[in-house]
Design a binder for this molecule. Sequence first.
Ligand SMILES: N[C@@H](CCC[C@H](N)C(=O)O)C(=O)O
Length: 377
Amino acid sequence: MLQVLQFSKYQGLGNDFFLLDGRSLEDPEDLFGLTPERVQRLCDRRFGVGGDGVILALPPREGGELRMRIFNADGTEPEMCGNGIRCLARFLADSDGDEAPRSWEIETLAGRIVPALAEDGRIRVDMGPPFLTPETVPTTLAVGEQGLPMGELEVLGQRLAVAAAGMGNPHAVVPVADVAAIDLEGLGAALEVHGAFPARTNVHFVQVLAPDHLVMRVWERGAGPTLACGTGACATLVACHRLGLAARHARLDLPGGPLEIHWDEASGHVFMTGPAEAVFDGVVAPSLFGEEEDMSPAPAMAPPTASPPQAGDGAIDCATACVNGCLRPEACPSAEARARVTALLEGRSLDDLVALAGESLESRTRGRLSRDAPGAP
Ligand SMILES: N[C@@H](CCC[C@H](N)C(=O)O)C(=O)O
C-alpha cells in the first residue's frame, strides 16, 4: 500500500517549517526516508511545499519527553532552532490537545530545551545558557575584553567588527548604525562561509534603538535571508549585552515581528518568548518525495482556448466562464453543488464535519496517489 505521509506547516514570525510527527516511528533513524535532497525539495518554494526547514518530533533517547531534529532548507542539520522549537511546541499542543500550562523537555543537539505554553498564547522557551568560548561557537575569533569572541573581519572589501556567540548553533553578530542600509545578501552570504567560522555561521546585523529595544536582520546558515531567527535573537541579545549595548531583557524586532529575549542573571539561561502558528496540514505527493531526481518544471501550459465555453456546452467551468454573470441560470452547476453541500451539512455536528473533511482529504489523496503511482493503468 502507498504510504500517505501527512505533514503540518507551521510558522513563527514568518520563519516557516514543515513538521513531521515521528514520535511513534518503529525505526526513528529512518526519518520517514528523508534525505538532504528530499529536504531541499520539500523546502523549495516553487517546486515543493516551501519552508526554511524540516522538523521531526522523535522518541526520546536521554530521558526527555521527545527529541527534535531539524534540517535547514539546504539539507544540512543544525544543532537547534528557536522559532522551530516554538512551532514544534504549538504542533504538539495542537496534535495532543494540550493547553497552558504545559511544557516539554525536548532533546536537541544543543542539549535539553524546554518550551512552555504561556497563558497569553505565546510560547516561552528556556534556551539554556549561551556558548561564549571560541571552541563552543565555533570560531577562530579570540575572546575580547568584553568576554566573548570578537574581532575585525574583512568581508567583501569592508572591515566589519564582528562578535560571536553560540546557542548550540553558531552566530555572528554585527552591530551597525543603520540596519536597513546593509547589503544583507552580499555580506550575509560572505560571512556565512568566512574562514573565521569553521562550521559556517548564521549572521545578524543589529541596530540598537535603546538598551531594551533592538532591530535586526538575519542571514541564516543553510537557509539564506529569513524573516526571523530565534537562536539568532538570543545570541544577538547576549552579544549586545556583553558589548555594553543592551540590557539583559529586550525586545528584538525582526522582519517577521518581535521576540522578547531575557538573559537571566541567576540561572545564566536565555529565555525567548514569541508566537508560533499553524498554517496548514497536507499530504506529500509521491513525485515530490519519490526516487526520481527530475526537478525540471512542468511543461508550459497550453495557450488559452480561442473561444470561452458557451451555455450549450456539456461542461462549464463557472470560475472562468461566468465571471461576467451566470451563463446557465436555469441549470447552474454551481448552484446545484451549493444545494448539495447545504443538504449534506444540515443536521451534522462539528465533529461529524471534521471527520468528514478528514475522510474526504484522505480518500481524495489516496485516489490521487494510486492514480499517479508508477504502473497504474
Ligand atoms: N531559524 C532558526 C535557526 C535554524 C538553524 C540555523 N539555520 C543554523 O544552521 O544554525 C532559529 O529560529 O533559531
